[in-house]
Ligand binder design. Structure first.
Ligand code: GLA
Length: 731
């Protein structure tokens, strides 16, 4: 048997890799029913199919009274066919009537991945296999066709799903809901895990019981948002970081999205995800198609760390831009918390020199360098250098960086327009707005109407022109407000519901073009921190500024939460000054440094203010990070102790051969009842002997797994411990 394949036998589609099986089945050659999603099965005989039972209130054909879609586990669901649960698809015809009685028509199995052109997606990868199943269904009355796509990937427990609707009829059809994936399964006590958050407090974990009814989380803000990132997991009640079943999904999308979980009257569980239906509709003229974003489904039998390993590996190999795979990420120094809007050539030149002397590799000129911007009230859209602050343009900074052997990076917020800007004065209709209402401000700014081609071209031309004039190595792409006025002068009345998704397509087009024009530039994703930290943006930008909160206590839960979905290479973390600018906390340097250096590390403070002793600390810290960087950004990341459960937080990184591991543990406060803790470490090689670098103590991988490692916190609040373990051959 192949290690991964898609087989069709006796009406059953079986997709499998070495890690996972996904099975669906045709009923009467018309309906597509879900059968199984879980660990790899070598054979499936329908053992979990309940005996059909005739139910009251159920819509059924008298010829087959016990068959009703209300009871059947499905692969997608349209309303008005007896299935009253959350639907995944809703269509309307020109005459106003609903459509969508889809029946099976055929299938195709192809090598590789579908990779939709205008949406971020899981990338085909040379040398590693994938297969795609496309199941075609049709609604005869309207002429709408539906293609459900499923891809299985060699060596991965991930399945990729999406749907495509084609209008094969003679009149227009409106798509009013088009989810990417729907999964039905019998309820077995599962709990639901999602993330919630806000600006400066992203990726907080929610784990809850699933009662009857529907739980819906998502965004109608025009961005994926920090409130509820596009993710959900169903887990066994006993599931922990290390063990138990988890079924998770993420949407590869950065706009309005939702995840819905419904537990129905018969204790069926339904999980759906896709573009949020609120305010959404899409007109399909005859011959046109609508492609949904891809959803990634991950099964893990090894708890949440098992789930994260699948996401981390998949995204590292097949989502992030290929040119950054395995490539060293520069340690950067960002100007924001150092200068805020008050940047200038005079201020930055000595910073660049000192940064190079300390061992930084990149200095980032953040907000405040363009137009006449001295605060958040002006100039977004006018991407020309402010000559009062930089009388000679940015060339002196670039020259200085080059002479000192480091790189220069720059901040943009390209999707925005300030009312006080030359761009607004020239093109007042380029701000997204409704025709008769003044658009609402957020952070004093408006959103550019990226549904329009000429606006996309403006952004592309302006940024490309800038990047050619000033060949920087890094761009921080920011987006600092959510949408309130999803209107465009270019959209006719029957297409107003297309704004949000057209905006995303416009943004993705810009990002695709720009990153292709400048493949050597490292793009960092940002939206007031982690306000749009999702797999969609990560397709174009391999790292994200994951929070505007740089406090090393708050950051523990933020980075811990983000690590469920993204590897450390994607999570930018900076050492900042104390008292912390967001919280006022005084956290020791060792803790700030340990926390940032367990992810994609940078600094964001005025290095010219440091004492000689602090300079030495920074120099040593950067040198050590460079030594450990390959392991930190390329190793496997495991969570050990959750800050959502108490005073402690711990995680570790281990290289692929399991020869070297770095363990980080943090305590929120110095608590006499937990001066020391024993951490079980199930991720080392049980047959190997490990030496602790600082003490020379030796432990076997086996005892670290079953007995655990005792760690002792130093006195004082916010203590941190870093332990390095290296193998020694067992005698
Ligand atoms: C956002 C970002 C910050 C900084 C400011 C500049 O808040 O998250 O890092 O770039 O914008 O205005």
């Amino acid at each position: 048997m192949n290690s991964f394949d898609i087989q069709f036998h006796n009406g059953q589609f079986h997709l499998f890799s070495s890690k996972v099986s996904y099975i669906c089945e045709l009923h009467k050659d018309a309906w597509l029913l879900h059968r199984y999603w879980g660990p790899r099965l070598t054979a499936y005989h329908g053992a979990n199919c309940p005996e059909p039972v005739k139910r009251t209130f159920a819509a059924a054909d008298p010829e087959e009274p016990a068959f009703s879609l209300e009871m059947e586990p499905q692969e997608f669901s349209c309303p008005h066919q007896g299935d009253y649960r959350e639907s995944s698809l809703a269509l309307r015809r020109q005459d106003g009537w609903p459509a969508g009685r889809f029946r099976y028509q055929g299938y195709e199995i192809t090598e590789g991945l579908y990779a939709p052109e205008d949406l971020p997606h899981i990338r085909p990868l040379d040398g590693k296999g994938a297969k795609t199943l496309s199941i075609r269904l049709r609604d005869e009355a309207s002429g709408a066709a539906l293609t459900l796509r499923y891809s299985v990937l060699e060596d991965s427990a991930a399945i990729v799903r999406s749907a495509e609707i084609t209008n094969e009829g003679t009149g227009p059809i409106w798509v009013e809901r088009a989810f990417s994936a729907l999964l039905d399964m019998p309820y077995d006590g599962e709990e639901l895990v999602t993330f919630h958050g806000t600006h400066q407090k992203e990726f907080q974990m929610d784990r809850r019981l699933i009662g009857h009814g529907t739980i819906s989380v998502g965004s109608t803000r025009g961005a994926s948002g920090p409130q509820y990132p596009p993710f959900a997991a169903l887990c066994a009640p006993e599931a922990t970081e290390h063990s138990g079943e988890v079924r998770a999904l993420q949407l590869i999308y950065s706009g309005n999205h939702c995840v819905r979980v419904e537990r129905d009257q018969y204790d069926h569980l339904r999980l759906t995800t896709g573009i949020h239906p609120e305010g959404f509709s899409w007109k399909l003229e005859p011959g046109e198609r609508f492609q949904t974003p891809e959803a990634v489904l991950v099964y893990s039998g090894q708890g949440f760390n098992g789930m994260s390993q699948v996401f981390h590996q998949l995204y590292t190999e097949r989502l992030f831009p290929r040119q950054w795979a395995g490539r060293t990420r520069p340690i950067l120094l960002n100007s924001w918390e150092m200068c805020y809007f008050d940047v200038s050539e005079e201020k930055l030149l000595p910073v660049i020199r000192e940064a190079a002397a300390l061992g930084f590799e990149l200095v980032v000129l953040d907000d405040g360098w363009f137009g006449h911007r001295n605060n958040s009230k002006s100039s977004l859209g006018d991407w020309t250098v402010n000559r009062e602050k930089f009388p000679n343009g940015l060339t002196p900074l670039l020259d200085c960086a080059r002479e000192n052997g480091i790189q220069l990076g720059i901040w943009f917020e390209p999707e925005m327009i300030s009312p006080d800007s030359d761009l607004m004065r020239a093109h007042p209709d380029w701000a997204a707005r409704f025709p008769d209402d003044a658009p609402l401000l957020g952070r004093n700014q408006l959103v550019l109407d990226l549904t329009r081609r000429e606006v996309q071209e403006y952004v592309l031309d302006t940024l490309s022109g800038f990047l050619r004039t000033y060949p920087v190595s890094y761009v921080k792409w920011d987006m600092n407000r959510h949408m309130t006025d999803p209107g465009s002068a270019s959209l006719p009345p029957d297409r107003t519901g297309e704004f949000f998704h057209r905006y995303m397509l416009g943004l993705y087009r810009i990002l695709h073009e720009l990153t292709a024009r400048f493949p050597e530039i490292l793009f960092e994703n940002c939206s007031s921190g982690g306000g749009r930290f999702d797999p969609g943006m990560s397709f174009y930008m391999p790292q994200t500024w994951c929070s505007d909160n740089t406090d090393a206590l708050d950051r523990q839960s933020i980075q811990y939460g983000a690590s469920y979905l993204f590897p450390p290479s994607a999570i930018a973390a900076h050492v900042s000054a104390v008292p912390n600018h967001q919280t006022g906390r005084m956290i020791p340097f060792e803790t700030r440094a340990a926390l940032a250096s367990s992810a994609n590390m940078g600094y964001e403070l005025n290095i010219l203010d440091l004492s000689q002793e602090e300079r030495e600390q920074v120099r040593e810290h950067l040198a050590l990070y460079k030594e450990e960087r390959d392991l930190i950004l390329g190793g496997a990341f495991y969570r050990l102790r959750s800050p959502f459960d108490g005073n402690l937080c711990a995680w570790m990184l281990v290289d692929r051969k399991r020869e070297k591991a770095i363990l980080y543990a943090f305590a929120a406060s110095y608590d006499v009842s937990c001066l020391s803790a024993v951490l079980k470490i199930p991720y080392l090689d049980q047959k190997k002997l490990y030496v602790e670098r600082n003490t020379g103590r030796r432990f076997s991988g086996e005892e670290l797994r079953y007995a655990g490692l005792a760690v002792r916190f130093p006195q004082g609040d916010f203590p941190a411990i870093k332990i390095v373990l290296q193998t020694e051959t067992m005698s």
